[in-house]
Ligand binder design. Structure first.
Ligand code: RB5
Length: 151
């Protein structure tokens, strides 16, 4: 599985820890920045390239971290085919993939610590979309909304 990760200054410290933890766990990650802590940087500059890569199929799953996780989710969901959510507990980390095919997890670097973040990300990465009819029906409706043809 190809994984991308991105963070602004609010998520930078957690991003570095997550890269370390995930690489220890055998995952290979592409880091979309920030490359260094810069308290003046802006989350769209890092989350948009991550979401664009996901939308283009260059990566399979994304992890976006800002201070709260809110801005990251807002940016990521601007990209067609990206299904991002701010996650704070493991039920949604897993079920969001199984039911909604969530492909990008957003975390708040000022809200949660590295141990919880690790559990959330592992639950997200280990989960698989169910493909069940009722779930696919909902995703099909989302696809129609993206195309502006929902009725
Ligand atoms: C940056 O200070 C902060 O506003 C940003 O990381 C994020 O929390 C936005 O949602």
């Amino acid at each position: 599985m190809k994984i991308g990760i991105a963070a602004d200054h609010g998520g930078f410290s957690l991003k570095q820890k997550m890269i370390h933890l995930l690489e220890e766990g055998g995952y290979h990650l592409t880091d979309f920045g920030a490359g260094a802590l810069d308290r003046q940087d802006d989350y769209p500059d890092f989350v948009a390239p991550l979401a664009r890569a996901l939308a283009a199929g260059l990566i399979d799953r994304g992890i976006a971290i800002c201070g709260s996780g809110v801005g990251a989710a807002i940016v990521a969901n601007k990209f067609k085919g990206v299904r991002a959510a701010l996650i704070t507990e493991t039920y949604s980390a897993r079920q969001g993939v199984e039911h909604d095919d969530m492909n990008l997890i957003c975390l708040g670097g000022r809200v949660i610590g590295p141990e919880l973040a690790k559990e959330l990300v592992f639950a997200f990465l280990h989960a698989h979309y169910s493909g069940e009819d009722r779930h696919q029906r909902r995703l099909d409706k989302l696809a129609r909304i993206e195309k502006n043809s929902f009725k």
